[in-house]
Design a protein around this ligand. Sequence first.
Ligand code: LLP
Length: 414
Amino acid sequence: MNDAFRYENGTLVCEQVDLASIGETYGTPAYVYSSSAIRARFRAYQSAFSDLSCRICYSVKANSNLSVLRLLAEEGSGFDIVSGGELYRVLKAGGDGRTVVFSGVGKAASEIRFALAEGIHSFNCESESEIETISGIANSLGRTASIAIRVNPDVDAITHPYISTGLREHKFGVSINAAEALYHRAAQLPSLLPDGVSCHIGSQLLDLDPLVEAADKALRLIDRLRSQGIPIRNLDLGGGLGVPYRSSERAISIETFAKKLRPKLAKADVTLTLEPGRSIVAEAGVLLTRVLLVKTNGQKTFVVVDGAMNDLIRPALYQAHHEIVPVIQPGGEGLIHADIVGPICETGDFFARGRDMAPVEPGELLAIRTAGAYGFVLASNYNSRPRPCELLVDGRRVAIARRREKYDDLTRSE
Ligand code: LLP
């Protein structure tokens, strides 16, 4: 259990607020985030890389709540976006467009125009067609677009196949060989400044070696490009540092990551960009849910809760493991073996299968841990379920970062 979420006198608390009272006051299901945990993770990146020329661009897709973005903007974070909508959120949260890097395999002309108008720092480009489009739009607006080409270093990130991106067969980036020709093409196009190399090999990485291998390959490419007269100044290594979803897992330490990169980067004289998402917000959040009922079918016990796959889809989509803990610490010793499921009409609607847990009664609160990243952002209204509220705790204060949706919200746009 990290510092932000811990038991005090038998009750799970977030910072200085107990989650039982949060459940009473704001209802369930509810996402609860700790400001101090988010700040601490961001600062860990900042301090580990403080002696290098480095910009930390929080990856908005992990958790795009305006209050979270505002908090990170205040900490001095830049932002990694993948859509015009994310840029809109960054600006609305008070973020500075000039700190933004725009990633993604397909950007619409309207999104490129928006990004150029806001003077973003750079585009991470993934195809020849894309750089031609950006050049055309930048030229028509009288702007110069700084671009990096996202190379696919062909390393195995050793993570879930849906979130691994750095192999040759994936849709992302261009091969290192093809990239060289693309840089020369970009250098000839008007209104483009090809001054960066970017890569991102996958998410939830628990092993540092693939990241270092990708960095080495990117640095060798930078050397070659420089010797061919293309003055690369920026290296963007993407995001990807994993978090321990199980107590048996060990995250890559940010300090060790920095230590491995330091000598390489110093020698290469580049500015580093990192795009961490999950490693900043995942552990800072829980999804609070209430037990509706407990039923048995034959041999199996099901704990049915009021949260569901529409609120947190990671278990259903990636077979992801999330620790699930009672808000009030159980008194007894015995365990039940149960599936923890939501009310949605899908067999895939589960948070945990075959979990050993303390017996629970209807009305009890459970906290689904490590839900601050890729939780609410992936929520939907499936089964016409209003999406949960998001609460941001700061010390003793609880702010409603997003109110719970009402039935009216479900039909508002129809
Ligand atoms: N940069 C790029 C280009 C990315 O594609 C991603 C994540 C990131 C940065 C941030 O990666 P992070 O530091 O969060 O690992 N929904 C999945 C994760 C999808 C990740 C997509 N790209 C999940 O819930 O596990």
